[in-house]
Design a binder for this molecule. Structure first.
Ligand code: HEC
Ligand code: HEC
Length: 284
């Protein structure tokens, strides 16, 4: 091979890499819409009426207090929303660091959302930017105590969509973030993924009272291990268990219902592979 040809090849590879990076950072609005739906972002970021129903004409307008923190307005409104953020600013915030350097705190699921691939994170940004601006004040809760130590992230590779278990893991862990609720915390307050699926966290139930997240690993003999895949999919998308009882709607079944059947298959296949854990271990 001559030197000239080598140089040309190196240049071509360089160009292909540059194009790849540019592609990742050109969001796909339709993909972003799908991800924010099954990622249940609206669960916290859309204001609700007195009955707890999400307000259809103020989608992503913010205004709910969750875990003691205001969920901000994510629409492109320049005054009350994220209108001043570029798509890169948005992606930085989704990964934990706002443009002014301040850190985004839990219960916003940064721990999991840092796993969004570049293309998916930019797609979410592109979709939210395409929404009608909602002028609705939802002022951020002032900082209190130490900020989380999220380091900025430069690049997250695309998951392998053809590998059903790997993609199912991406859907469960990053996109729908099942383990945000179904996993106990470590001493540092972050979810302990060595006990993924064990549950045992307490949540306020809509309508009053509290409810504990279930052990969804195969180690729970009274749990989903006895359900068929079809029954598990029905439970996730309708909130009804095989015995007809209603799952307390801490989960947004109407949003999970919009998952494609292929994605639901991959997610369920992955959930079946969780390490079996006994419910007693959640007390540790
Ligand atoms: C469990 C509730 C909850 C869910 C679900 C949730 N968020 Fe948040 N989000 C919050 C809260 C609360 C804050 C404010 C955190 C703070 O003040 O540090 C926040 C902050 C943010 C911010 C930072 C904005 C800023 O500049 O302050 C972005 C961006 C964001 N969320 C996007 C999303 C997206 C996209 C999703 C879905 C993939 C999502 N959120 C799901 C509760 C939630
Ligand atoms: C916002 C918190 C939250 C998220 C996110 C969440 N869950 Fe749940 N889930 C709960 C709670 C709380 C319960 C217990 C409800 C009850 O006891 O009625 C529950 C119950 C369940 C049940 C019923 C189990 C049984 O044995 O009765 C299944 C199955 C389940 N979740 C699976 C999932 C999967 C899979 C995901 C991700 C796609 C997920 N959950 C995401 C909070 C959550």
């Amino acid at each position: 091979m001559t030197r000239g040809l080598m140089g040309g090849l190196v240049l071509a590879i360089g160009l292909a890499q540059a194009c790849g990076a540019a592609l990742a950072q050109t969001g796909d609005v339709a993909r972003g819409k799908y991800l924010v739906t099954i990622g249940i972002c609206e669960s916290c970021h859309t204001p609700r009426d007195a009955k707890g129903q999400r307000l259809a004409d103020a989608r992503f307008g913010g205004g709910n207090i969750v875990g003691g923190l205001m969920a901000p307005n994510l629409t492109p409104d320049p005054e009350t929303g994220l209108g001043k953020y570029s798509e890169a600013d948005f992606v930085g915030a989704l990964r934990g660091t706002r443009p002014d350097g301040s850190k985004v705190r839990p219960p916003m699921g940064i721990f999991f959302y840092r796993g969004f691939s570049d293309h998916d994170a930019y797609s979410i940004a592109a979709y939210l930017k395409s929404l009608p601006p909602v002028n609705h004040k939802a002022e951020r809760t002032p900082p209190k105590g130490p900020a989380p130590a999220w380091e900025p992230i430069e690049h997250v590779a695309e998951p392998d969509h053809a590998n059903h278990l790997a993609y199912g893991k991406y859907l469960a862990q990053t996109v729908t973030h099942c383990f945000q609720c179904h996993t106990p915390r470590s001493a540092n307050g972050l979810p302990d993924l060595a006990r993924a699926g064990l549950g045992g966290n307490t949540y306020g139930a809509p309508g009053g009272g509290t409810v504990v997240s279930a052990n969804i690993t195969p180690g729970n003999p009274d749990g989903i291990v006895g359900w068929t895949d079809a029954q598990l999919k029905t439970a996730l998308t309708t909130g009804v268990r095989p015995n007809g009882s209603q799952i307390v709607p801490v989960m947004d079944f109407d949003l999970y219902e919009q998952m494609t059947s292929g994605d639901l298959d991959d997610l369920v296949a992955f959930v079946r592979t969780l390490k079996p854990l006994k419910t007693e271990e959640s007390a540790k």
